[in-house]
Design a protein around this ligand. Sequence first.
Ligand code: ATP
Ligand code: MG
Length: 610
Amino acid sequence: MNKVGLFRSIHLKIVLIYVLLILVAMQIIGVYFVRELEDQLMNNFKTSMNERVDLLALNIEEELTRERDEEDPPPEQDIKRLLSDSDSEAVDITEVRVIDNRNRIVGISDASGQGLVGQRTTDQQVQRVLNTGQEEDRIFLDRQTGKRIWMLYKPIIANQEVLGVIHLIAKIETVYEQLGEINNIMASGTAIALGITAILGVVLAQTITRPISDMRKQALAMAKGNFSRKVKVYGDDEIGQLAVTFNNLTKKLQEAQATTEGERRKLSSVLSYMTDGVIATDRKGRVILINEPAAKLLGVSRKNVLAKPIIELLNLEETTNFEDLLKEQDSVIMDFSKEHGKTYILRANFSIIQKETGFVNGLITVLHDITEQEKIDMERREFVANVSHELRTPLTTMRSYLEALAEGAWKDEAIAPNFLNVTQTETERMIRLVNDLLQLSRLDSQDYQLTKGLYDITHLFNRVVDRFELSKEQNVEFTRQIPEQPLFVDIDEDKLTQVLDNIISNALKYSPEGGHVTFTIEEVPEMIQISVQDEGVGVPQENLDKIFERFYRVDKARSRKLGGTGLGLAIAKEVVLAHGGDIWATSEEGKGTKVMFTLPYDRPEEDEWS
Ligand code: ATP
Ligand code: MG
């Protein structure tokens, strides 16, 4: 409905109304005017004729009633004279006949009709007027000329006796011609009035329709979202006020639109920047909105899941249906581990969108990735179990030895020192374990600070290796690939010594008789990489990452026998990470293991020293 047709436009309607009003008014005026005028003209005509005929009648009456002598001419002669006298004056009179009371024509004004004088007339109307003495007149159409004729029959009365009749024939057509002319003037006047009114109507209607059509255009533009236009205000009348109100309305609408748009943008940016996934459904449970994080968490594309049932999307078909979800609105934990190949757990919280009437509009689902939290919870449980286990083993051993001693073994000099020795070893092992745990918990705490300083790493490494070379009991050969020149690194010396101790002690622990251990320091971009390689039993490929976890030991029995708690590499990892480096291992089972770690290193520019 963008275009209003000319024939349906308000403009044309107004003009038509104008023209019709004028037409009706002119018609009514015309009808009254012409009728009145016709009456008037007719009356004038008849009155003037009557006056004439009255005079004639008086004269004829005189002639007819006069006493005549023998030498007097017959009355026909006098009547003829009277008739020709009056005839010469009136143009409209065609003929005047005088008939006496015996139906005889005694006079005729027409010169060519003189032959009829003396004959009897057959005119019925003459007979009637003679009988009644009442004057009569009528209008009839002359068939030959096509013109209207007026006939007047006037009785000549003297002393209440009808002496005769004057029969007048007059051309009344002139009156009608006059009327016709006036009609023509009226018609052309009406036409001119209509023309002027139409033009005026077009112009005047514009003053009404232009603001209205402006508003219409504006409303159409508004419907398309364009609020920049304004309606021109032409005056202070109702339409002008309407235009002002319309402009105000436009402003209000624009503001409202802007607010809604702003809210929508806010909502959409909140939805897209929040880390939680959000899914909204309609009341049948079909997805109508899903944000990017939700799509990512579920591993789907946003476009493909629209209109898909949420139960299907969340893989809950087997456990629940949409109606139950609406009723319970609980949270659901979903384990996607199977599909993704690694631990992957989501928690979905549901809440209904409801109207005040209780009508359910849809469901909002918020997805949280709780994998990390679950992992931490699991680790904590495992850790407690591990610690209890690690402490129980030496305690059980000690209890049995102490029980044996208490039951009398203390008297036996051969075994008592041996037993005491075992309890001592176990106690030391426990102390070491507790110390390690303490240290780990300190490293874990947020506000732990390293006491760093610039140390020459080659010197530190050599010193530790020297110590092991002196104290080693096995036959293991050491190879050093350590640069001659000092390399200064910003480190916590104590902690790093501990890391090196652990890595080297591991290498020695798992090295076979006559094996080689290689110590290397090399520079990699922006880092120093330190590695210790042995030719020992190695670590299975799938466990390479796990050896840095707390309490993890590849071969529990054997490493416990070697005095290990499984915390050494875990501590090493924490320390290296706290320095901003990284630690990892490569290994080939039966052939050896290489444990490496890096430390951030700023290579000094040559000219800094020169
Ligand atoms: P701790 O160091 O606390 O006395 P540990 O040596 O057993 O005990 P980690 O140093 O953390 O513990 O080592 C974890 C596990 O990694 C070891 O139990 C062992 O199974 C494996 N491992 C570490 N280094 C080597 C290596 N060089 N060769 C083979 N296995 C190793
Ligand atoms: Mg160790």
